[in-house]
Design a protein around this ligand. Structure first.
Ligand code: MEV
Length: 426
């Protein structure tokens, strides 16, 4: 995870956002030890069109999403540069800003559970559902062995089928027996392997329980694969005790009103989804699971949690299911994703999950800080002004100049950007 290639090994790169893109790429490539090929994979138009056909169906092209790098992250004492794929301009800046505030308190502390995913086999018309759990338990060892026989690699690398649990739910057609198979999927997201195992076990469970399997599919509610991050943010890093107090007040609204809780969690997902996407993982699986987790008490709640410690500093906590992998799917097939994983420097899916929760905390912290102080529009409009300047045709240093004049004039519009550019060039 350490950026050992940089002279300082640090993710603290002041002025990074002001560098020309080529220089940013050079720095990140040096930091991560990217090969020329990996460096080229960051370029526009990747993956090559011929490869796109193999990645999806009915392909007709590629939709490019900007890939940025968030700086300042320190996770468990190690510096990490975080590539993020997003179309929202404030997301990378926000995550970097949040990570900078956290860094002043020593950085993030993160931990995670083993990478356990589950597959569900759901059976209707089971004879005596109440005894189903005992009947499955009696066959436990042979069922797990049969599941393990589906994967040649998983048991060999320390993963594999771990346990079985049985629930009975009241369905529309009477009781449904739900058998969960828990699988340590190691560094994979795991959908393929657990689905294969579920389909393999279904006929055995049908004969064992005397029922009919109506469903055999991954349990996307990945509550056994959790990562947690925690940080203490000095009040001084946030601009003083009033900012901490302001954050607690905005948070109170999120705690007591679902309308705010949704925006609160969106501010976290801004960063998280950008990294899930950049690492070639399944954003839909991640997001549906995160929101279900937010509602696990029966009410939809804010996931990033703020508090204040005895010294008056802000405490930040986040716990999330992290169904992500660094092998399988796009992660090895897409050249840009391979470069992204190398920049992150993660060696395991658990490490990736731990970074994701830190990114979620950083993103939300920056948004909350802005909301509780100057409001979010100031930062947003500054970034928007740069975009308008570039769209008006400004080049190089002209972009910053046009943007600065747009912001100071207060009329942040496309026609005004064009006027300013003309004035500058005269
Ligand atoms: C904008 O993309 C994200 C925010 O709306 C998040 C929030 O409201 O907390 C600023």
């Amino acid at each position: 995870m350490n950026n050992e290639g940089t002279p300082s090994g640090s993710s603290r790169l002041p002025g990074f956002h002001r560098l020309p893109m080529a220089e940013r790429v050079r720095l990140v490539a040096q930091s991560a030890g990217l090969t020329d090929e990996e460096r080229a994979a960051l370029g526009v138009g990747r993956p090559p069109l011929e490869e796109v056909d193999a990645l999806s169906e009915n392909a007709i092209g590629v939709l490019g999403i900007p890939l940025g790098v968030a700086t300042n992250f320190r996770v468990n004492g190690r510096d990490v540069l975080v590539p993020m794929a997003t179309e929202e301009s404030s997301v990378v800046a926000g995550a970097s800003h949040g990570a900078k505030m956290v860094r002043e308190g020593g950085g993030f502390r993160a931990e995670s559970t083993d990478p356990l995913m589950e597959v569900q086999v759901c059976l209707d018309d089971v004879a005596d559902p109440a005894s189903a759990a005992a009947r499955v338990e009696a066959e436990r060892a042979s069922l797990l062995a049969e599941a393990d026989a589906c994967s040649r690699t998983l048991p060999a690398i320390g993963g594999g089928a771990r346990d079985l649990r049985v629930r009975v739910i009241d369905g529309d057609f009477g009781p449904t027996v739900v058998v969960h198979l828990g699988v340590d999927v190691r560094d994979a997201m795991g959908a393929n392997v657990v689905n294969t195992m579920g389909e393999r076990l279904a006929p055995r469970l049908e004969s064992l329980l005397g029922g009919r399997a109506v469903l055999r599919v991954i349990d996307n509610y990945a509550v056994r694969r959790i990562a947690r991050a925690r940080a203490t943010v000095p009040a001084s890093a946030m601009g003083g005790p009033e900012a901490v107090a302001g954050v607690l007040r905005t948070f109170s609204v999120a705690r007591h009103d679902v309308h705010r809780a949704v925006g609160h969690n969106k501010g976290m997902m801004n960063g998280v989804t950008a990294v899930v996407l950049a690492t070639g993982n399944d954003t839909r699986a991640f997001e549906s699971c995160a929101h279900a987790y937010a509602a696990r008490t029966g009410a939809y709640r804010p996931l990033p949690v703020w508090g204040r410690d005895a010294k008056g500093d802000l405490t930040a906590d986040l716990e999330l299911p992290v169904p992500v992998g660094i092998v399988g799917g796009l992660t090895r097939a897409h050249p840009t994703v391979r470069a992204v994983l190398k920049i992150l420097g993660v060696k395991t899916a658990r490490e990736l999950g731990e970074i994701l929760v830190c990114v979620g905390l950083a993103s939300k912290l920056a948004a909350e800080h802005a909301l509780a102080t100057a409001g979010i529009q100031r930062g947003h409009m500054r970034l928007h002004a740069s975009k308008l300047a570039a769209l008006a045709g400004a080049q190089g240093a002209e972009i910053a100049e046009v943007a600065a004049r747009l912001v100071s004039g207060g009329d942040i519009t496309a026609p005004r950007a064009a006027d300013i550019l003309r004035e500058i060039r005269k």
